[in-house]
Design a protein around this ligand. Structure first.
Ligand code: GAR
Length: 211
């Protein structure tokens, strides 16, 4: 399975993917920001990198067309958004239908968009987390592949909660991509993810607070 990763910054999720020993070929990492720390990490892992700044293009559609052309040079089976902080045009999403995957730092469909940890704290939810999903037209939406929940603790700040979620992102993302690469999860005809050979304990639960 050939994979192209899109990033915009730190690249810690990308790094988790590169270091997970996945049965995939990482063809290229593309950043829309030249200063993205993740570019150095990708290069250190021997993965080709490319910067494509959206500022060099007159509008979203033109940038997305150019981005797709660059991605398609690698003929990827999967395009992974690992902290790629741009809204994608409908045409782009359609072009990569069924092979575009995103990670989002919240338990979707709760808290799409930005500042998810602050919004979770403000809402008073007792469980928060992260979601890996196929990308569809709406921002941070689409068939869910995997989720991980963490407790929200009374003393949590945005930072402490964000760190707890990020730790889970680094575990969840490689696991979900492995399922896809090994054919243990796929997108069914009706827009729901189908799993095969994955076990699930029906009596397990994470609750918060705990007695
Ligand atoms: C991650 O927390 C990821 O879930 C989030 O950006 C961060 C990137 O960190 N993505 C989104 O908010 C997408 N809506 P990283 O560059 O260290 O992986």
């Amino acid at each position: 399975m050939k994979v192209v990763i899109l990033i915009s910054g730190r690249g810690s999720n990308m790094q988790a993917l590169l270091e997970a020993g996945l049965p995939v070929e990482f063809a290229c990492v593309i950043s829309n920001k030249a200063e993205a720390k993740g570019l150095e990490i990708a290069a250190a892992h021997g993965v080709p990198t490319r910067v494509m700044s959206h500022r060099d293009y007159p509008d979203r559609a033109t940038f997305d067309t150019a981005l797709a052309a660059e991605i398609d040079r690698h003929a990827p089976d999967l395009v992974i958004l690992a902290g790629f902080m741009r809204v994608l045009s409908a045409a782009f999403v359609l072009h990569y239908e069924r092979r575009l995957i995103n990670i989002h730092p919240a338990l979707l469909p709760a808290f799409p968009g930005l500042d998810t940890h602050a919004r979770a704290l403000a809402a008073g939810v007792r469980l928060h987390g992260c979601t890996v999903h196929f990308v569809t037209q709406e921002v941070d939406s689409g068939p869910i592949l995997a989720q991980a929940a963490v407790p929200v603790l009374p003393e949590d700040t945005q930072e402490s909660l964000g760190m707890r979620v990020l730790h889970q992102e680094h575990l969840l993302f490689p696991m979900a991509i492995r399922w896809l690469a090994e054919g243990r999860a796929s997108l069914g005809e009706h827009g729901r993810v189908i799993y095969s050979g994955l076990s699930c304990r029906s009596d397990s639960a994470l609750s918060s607070p705990m007695e």
